[in-house]
Design a protein around this ligand. Sequence first.
Ligand code: ACO
Ligand code: ZN
Length: 494
Amino acid sequence: MHMGRANSNSGSETPKIQADGSSSSSVIKSPLQLVIGCKVFVEKDGEIRQAEILSIRNAQQRSRVQHTSEESRPTLDNVDEEKQVFEFYVHYVEFNKRLDEWITDSRLNLSKPVEFPKSKKIKTGAGPGGAATPTPNRLQKRKQSQRRDASLSRAGTPSRADSPAPTETTIQHDDSAYTAPRQGSNGYSKEKEIEKLRTQGSMTQCTSEVARMKNLNLIYMGEFEVEPWYFSPYPAELTNSPVLYICEFCLAYFGSKKQIERHRQRYCDLLYPPGNEIYRKDEISFFEIDGRRQKSYCRNLCLLSKCFLDHKTLYYDVDPFLFYILTKNDDHGCHIIGYFSKEKESAENYNLACILTLPQYQRHGYGRLLMQFSYELSKIEGRLGSPEKPLSDLGLLGYRAFWSEAIVDLLVDYHGEISIEELSKMTSFTTQDILHALSSLDGIRYYKGRHAIVLSEAVLEAYKRSKAKKRRSIDPKYLKWAPPIFTQAELRYI
Ligand code: ACO
Ligand code: ZN
């Protein structure tokens, strides 16, 4: 897109803000009139979607960042202003933030009205419409909250509207206790968050304090090339590199291939995560790592994890956590597939704080394996467990699939009566999670004066199809673990 810079005499006027400060909508003639905060219609995968503009950049600026060594590339100083090319970083309204992206003006649909932001959100500075480009925050102090991922992805995502309509004979299926509160809810209290962070180490997110834009282009890790989904507070000088190189064993990060090769040749001979291997069967292992003892590894893991987990994570305060790393092993080492973290002491009896399957391994049953492992630990502890809330959209899908399958697995071969409490004892799932899973299957009916669990033909069919996939599962015989015991001094973190 070629356009002149927007300024007072460019002829492109920003529509007026209403006197009451509310947003205004109008059809505009030129993308030059767009400012940060505008909601505009954009073509996405053949459909027109409303999207909010989070940033505007000059494409020459980008090429300068990515090609610093090539002198022939244009720089802002030598570019003809009339030929500046602008790009827009957009967030699709009501879609998960991981779909956010840079687009050119060819994807803007300006025949539909543009919603302009409230007056206080309009910023001045460079770029079309005079809007300043926000820069992502650097690594924050550990007590700083991060933005929650308010919008759930739509594709395949559970929403209240998708849930079975509640009737007198079904228990209402309510996700609100499970997922992050929607953007704009006013339940946020900074004090509460900080206290929660201090005591639990993970964060729900505050919209006002967060970098909303992805800051990394691409990650190379082992043999994989991965596109990050969300902002992660890696050092700013590295986020300017086209690629971030991550050592797949110690998770240290580098801005160039040369640096990571040097790291592997001279400084890092690690071939597995730096902890105790507590499970090994076939080519799968689990390693337990104490955040207090392996701070650097665990912080690196949290930084990596933040690229794919937006609604909560911790970066710095890793001491109160144990990390369970799932690896796939071959002659070249134990390669990380995913992990979950767990508080050493959880006031709410959570058995898992954060869970991640690296994107290159997702949808292969590893999420289920991690979840199952967390419950096997709970069984050894003699406790019920539940993942820390809120869950992300994928977390909710994953847990619901896992809980439902495990419950149906028990019920199909069960004869006689069984209570929710008995199911809970057998699985280590909380009764609340069991009820949630059964409700999602529309599996609780009121029949002849009592509640009954009913598995419909459709549920049984889906169960059979899922079982036919023959996924790996944890074999408790191979788990060599006793709950670690910490002294009061070891549990004092601040
Ligand atoms: N769309 C629809 N359904 C999905 C999707 C998806 N993208 N991903 C998982 N599911 C459901 C499916 O039912 C799937 O079963 P199927 O593949 O047989 O259809 C089931 O979840 C489990 O799939 P797995 O392959 O076992 O899980 P995976 O390895 O993909 O890991 C996880 C799931 C951990 C949630 C992963 O998506 C992830 O790491 N996401 C990013 C981080 C995140 O959001 N973590 C959860 C945060 S909540 C918390 O930490 C407490
Ligand atoms: Zn290394």
